[in-house]
Design a binder for this molecule. Structure first.
Ligand code: VGL
Ligand code: ZN
Length: 201
């Protein structure tokens, strides 16, 4: 039997999620060298890029009297309101300058619909609108995924749980991820991923 074809999924290693960025994650830049190493022995490398229009509804600035990190109701459910980040074409939306993006086979952008946030690399936060990644992986015969990147408790978590639900074998390499950790979101993410059958290393 041929082994399941494997891809490394590198989530949102962008300037705005690194220290000094608009939504900087502690230690976000420390994982770049290790991710570059992991790319060398991955069968396939896929990068995701958070890619918001300037008036995106996940930004606190798009709501009256809202502060960053408030939680609001959107038509699709609860939504954390973020500082403006990863605005299309901005420096903050670019990949970290040391990330070996040349090794990537596919870049998947998400969060470009102004009305819907998209944490997962597979579905937007309405949990229905696909990004197209599942179709890409299916047509390439990829069945196993290793996830690394930012942030553990949001985009890595949602992507890993969706991938497991879609039937992929999923591993999250925690040493190559860093978390935002908003009100216990990191511990919740770990238990959500374990419950979904994700292997955490
Ligand atoms: C992310 C919050 C907002 C992430 C993206 O990449 O984890 N978090 N947009
Ligand atoms: Zn975002």
């Amino acid at each position: 039997m041929t082994p399941d074809r494997h891809a490394l999924l590198v989530i949102d290693v962008q300037n705005d999620f690194c220290p000094g960025g608009a939504l900087g994650v502690d230690g976000g830049d420390e994982i770049v060298a290790g991710i570059n190493d992991r790319m060398k022995d991955a069968g396939s490398v896929i990068l995701t890029q958070d890619w918001h229009p300037a008036d995106h509804r996940s930004f606190a600035s798009a709501h009256e009297k809202a502060q960053p990190f408030d939680v609001t109701e959107m038509p699709y459910g609860q939504q954390v309101l973020w500082p403006d980040h990863c605005v299309q074409g901005s420096h903050g939306a670019e990949f970290h300058p040391d990330l070996a993006t040349d090794r990537g086979h596919l870049v998947i952008r998400k969060g470009f619909d102004p009305a819907i946030d998209s944490y997962s690399a597979f579905f937007e936060n309405d949990r229905m609108t696909p990004t197209g990644l599942h179709g890409y992986l299916q047509t390439r015969g990829i069945r196993a995924l290793t996830l690394v990147g930012l942030a553990t408790d949001f985009c890595v978590n949602f992507s890993a749980v969706d991938a497991a639900k879609l039937g992929y074998g999923v591993t999250v390499e925690l040493s190559l991820c860093r978390a935002i950790d908003l009100d216990g979101s990191y511990e919740r993410a770990l238990s959500d991923m374990k419950d979904a059958g994700v292997t955490l290393t």
